[in-house]
Design a protein around this ligand. Structure first.
Ligand SMILES: NC(=O)c1ccc[n+]([C@@H]2O[C@H](COP(=O)([O-])OP(=O)(O)OC[C@H]3O[C@@H](n4cnc5c(N)ncnc54)[C@H](OP(=O)(O)O)[C@@H]3O)[C@@H](O)[C@H]2O)c1
Length: 331
């Protein structure tokens, strides 16, 4: 296994691989980590296997080769990669360099599993076709709603179903901020609190302006509605303009504000948006508070099929990658 990016997600994945070793053994899946890389670590390869406990303690040895790999292709070769787990930071505008890294893995014959939305939004068709041509898998369950089974549900459990549209709450940071404002805080106070508890990033612009949610909408539309959609084609409005008074008045009136993600297909194509909307308390979206997420799908067979994820953590995200790994090597 090769890990590209060694931050929150891939570290948690290593811990989960250790914890689930017996479940993997029951499925006759053995594993060893032979490559790890990031901008600060460089390209580290050790085909005999790196000590994963040491990796989690931050003890990263430089690998076995006298001439360390200088780029992703050399790294994959030196590590004899069978599976790449790509979990580097999202580049909203072009999905790079993650796309190049996944392309290199697939071209080498390895499977590629990513938690990064960029490659889905910008290169899904190309990377899927490449995987098919190489007899490899390209899977990405953790890109939307952490590890909740969305893409695999459609792929494996809903054959011949047509997705007409969906609505959901897909960004935790804005939902936490809105919950805080309902509890009496101003926008700035609620944002600060979300940063203090580690929900909001130091630079929360992407979340607050609706970019993160828009990227998730684009990923769902691209894969599940089978239509590539440009990010600029998604109507996008963030929550920065909402005042605490407006948010509290909306909740008191029984129509709380939520940052609602939508996509709908009609005779003119797909219309998609991310914007604050007031939803009635009878709507399941109104029940979603804090870091929880929901998506409600409208299909030709199920008028409403909802997946709700209550208080997801990093384990859920890493589990999505682990589940993709098991699917990949079991088939
Ligand atoms: N955290 C979550 O709950 C969550 C949930 C779902 C999906 N995701 C997605 O999963 C991915 C990883 O998230 P994370 O929370 O693990 O992020 P993180 O903690 O910030 O870690 C990112 C890792 O990627 C490396 N990296 C960044 N840019 C790189 C580049 N150009 N080349 C090589 N390495 C690079 C970073 O190391 P260097 O700085 O040393 O390069 C770091 O090791 C992101 O795309 C995120 O959107 C995260």
């Amino acid at each position: 296994l090769c890990l590209l990016g060694f931050g929150n997600v891939n570290r948690t994945l290593v811990r989960l691989l250790q914890e689930k070793t017996s479940e993997l053994q029951e499925r006759e899946i053995g594993w060893r980590i032979t490559g790890i890389a990031s901008r600060s670590l460089g390209w580290i390869a050790h085909a005999e296997g790196l000590d994963h406990s040491a990796l989690l303690e931050g003890k990263v040895s430089v690998g076995s080769t006298s001439a360390p790999p200088q780029n992703v292709r050399e790294w994959l070769r030196a590590a004899q990669a069978d599976v790449l787990f790509e979990a580097t930071s999202l580049s909203v505008r072009d999905g790079q360099p993650a796309i190049d890294h996944i392309r290199a893995a697939l071209e080498s014959g390895a499977h590629a599993i990513t938690a990064n939305k960029g490659p889905i939004v910008h290169a899904y068709a190309e990377l899927s076709a490449l995987a098919d041509s190489k007899g490899a898998r390209f899977l990405f369950e953790s890109t939307v709603m952490d590890g909740a089974p969305i893409f695999s549900m459609f792929r494996d459990s809903l054959p011949a179903v047509h997705l007409r549209g969906f609505r959901g709450i897909l960004n935790s940071t804005t939902n936490v901020i809105l919950s805080g404002m309902e509890d009496g805080l101003s926008f700035d106070e609620s944002l600060k609190k979300a940063q203090e508890v580690g929900v909001a990033e130091t630079d929360p612009t992407h979340d607050i302006e609706g970019w993160d949610a828009a990227v998730k909408v684009a990923a769902l539309v691209t894969v599940l509605m089978e239509e590539k959609i440009a990010l600029d084609a998604i109507q996008r409005e963030g929550i920065r303009e909402l005042s605490g008074e407006a948010v509290r008045a909306a909740r008191s009136s029984g129509n709380p504000y939520k940052l609602v993600c939508r996509a709908q297909r009609d005779e003119n194509g797909i219309h998609a948006s991310v914007r604050p909307e007031q939803v009635p308390l009878s709507d399941p979206l109104a029940w979603i508070t804090g870091t929880s997420n929901i998506v409600c799908f409208e299909t030709d067979m199920f008028p409403g099929l909802a997946i709700t994820e209550i208080n997801p953590g990093l384990d859920a995200t890493a589990y999505g990658m682990l589940a993709d790994f098991i699917r990949t090597v079991s088939n």
